[in-house]
Write a protein that binds this ligand. Structure first.
Ligand code: AMP
Length: 144
């Protein structure tokens, strides 16, 4: 068991496991909720990262947050989709992994997050690491 733990921590490279930035669906804080909803529906994901023009991670936007943001007292106010911005409803909780962090840190953070944004030393977004990718590695190690 100790050897398995050592191997995972020493050998698993976050950069190798992550989905690179160019393949990640994302939006900017100033985008309309309509735009964000289109991206979410077309990509098939329930939540995606929000990045500013300098590729800094600003938060996360999800279908649930968007629907909550356009909820009126008695009806869903669809006109708000074009009026409101991503920034006004996104989750501003920013929890990032450094690309040099240990795999153990990734496991720890993934417990409460289906995906983690990965940034370089300058804080520039370089990709995401999903809980699925982490579980797949753990499965391989424990299967050996
Ligand atoms: P998965 O493990 O593939 O189900 O992905 C878990 C979560 O990570 C998804 O629900 C999305 O929120 C996010 N995610 C995965 N792949 C992408 C991607 N290419 N672009 C944006 N978000 C993604």
């Amino acid at each position: 068991m100790i050897d398995v733990h050592k191997n995972i921590v020493l050998e698993t490279d976050i950069k190798r496991l992550m989905i690179p930035a160019q393949n990640v669906a994302c939006v900017q804080p100033g985008n309309s909720l309509e735009h964000a909803l289109l991206i979410l529906i077309k990509s098939g994901y329930s939540a995606i990262p929000v990045l500013d023009a300098h590729s800094a991670v600003k938060g996360t936007i999800s279908k649930t947050l968007i629907l909550d943001g356009i909820l009126g007292l008695e009806r869903i106010e669809f006109d708000k989709l074009s009026e409101r911005t991503v920034e006004s409803v996104m989750s501003k909780k920013v929890l990032c992994l450094q690309e040099t962090d240990t795999f153990f840190r990734a496991i720890e953070l993934s417990i409460n997050n289906p995906f983690l944004s990965v940034v370089d030393e300058q804080g520039v977004f370089v990709g995401i690491l999903t809980r699925k990718a982490i579980l797949a590695i753990l499965y391989q190690y424990f299967r050996k």
